[in-house]
Design a protein around this ligand. Structure first.
Ligand code: UDP
Length: 236
């Protein structure tokens, strides 16, 4: 029996590049797809948001002279590329998906709406929500808070390359300790960088818990769904 009935899984674009330093690592992509298939087979309804940082980020683009809004639009297109790649990898494993886009771009994906998403998940499709919020100056963390709240997910699962939230950066500070759970307020007061503040505040105000865990270890997504305490839960 899965711990959650409906999840919003947030994957970073950056982790898709694996050890390549840029673009999409086919091994990492297939590893993610296999993990998603495992929990799909448990009967879990799955919505996914994937970032675009492995291809383009608007803010860093603007520091190199790109117009910020156009740069953000490029970043949103990057999330569509990653979403199509994940959809393709899941399709190769026999998992049905729908890529929904926050900006109209048929036939690449269907234009997002909440009810279409819920109906599709209930019918067994994995829904991949691409193009973030559709607006510049936001991030895919905010996009996943928004979609998670809209689709009434039980939790946002934030797959990262660390196994949870620590008192300090464990890669820099050997005395850092990990939280099993933490409140949103404590994230603010300790100045912890879990997600950007807009995304965190949306989750807090709408009571969407976040579970941070290491998705780069194969099998971890299933472990989370089976109730193993391998990450950090953020709650009110
Ligand atoms: N982006 C945006 N609006 C959104 C979501 C994303 O403008 O609602 C742009 C923004 O430029 C961002 C880029 O898309 O830098 C890639 O998304 P993100 O940085 O969140 O990806 P990640 O860092 O998770 O790979």
């Amino acid at each position: 029996m899965a711990r959650f009935k409906r999840i919003l899984l947030k994957l970073s674009g950056e982790s898709l590049m694996g050890n390549q330093g840029f673009g999409i690592d086919p091994d990492r992509l297939s590893d993610y797809a296999k993990q998603i298939k495992e929990v799909h087979e448990m009967g879990v309804q799955i919505g996914i948001v994937i970032g675009g940082g492995n291809i383009f980020r608007g803010l860093s683009g603007s520091q190199k002279g790109f117009d910020r809004v156009k740069g953000d639009q490029m970043g949103m297109c990057a999330t569509v590329i990653n979403s199509l790649a994940l959809s393709s990898a899941l399709g190769a494993l026999g998992v049905k998906t729908k890529v929904l886009t926050a900006i109209r771009m048929e036939p690449i994906g269907e234009f997002y709406n909440k009810w279409k998403a819920i109906e599709s998940m209930e019918a067994g499709y994995v829904c991949i929500f691409s193009a973030g919020t559709g607006s510049p100056y936001f991030t895919t963390d905010t996009g996943s808070s928004l979609r998670g709240i809209e689709i009434e997910a039980d939790v946002m699962l934030k797959g990262t390359r660390v196994d949870g939230i620590y008192t300090a950066d464990p890669e820099k500070d050997p005395t850092a300790t990990k939280f099993t759970d933490i409140t949103y307020d404590e994230i603010y007061t300790r100045g912890l960088k879990v997600m950007d503040l807009t995304a965190t505040t949306m989750c807090k105000e709408n009571n969407l818990p976040i579970y941070v865990f290491n998705m780069d270890i194969f099998g971890n997504l299933k472990k989370v769904m089976e109730g193993e305490e391998i990450g950090t839960l953020v709650h009110n």
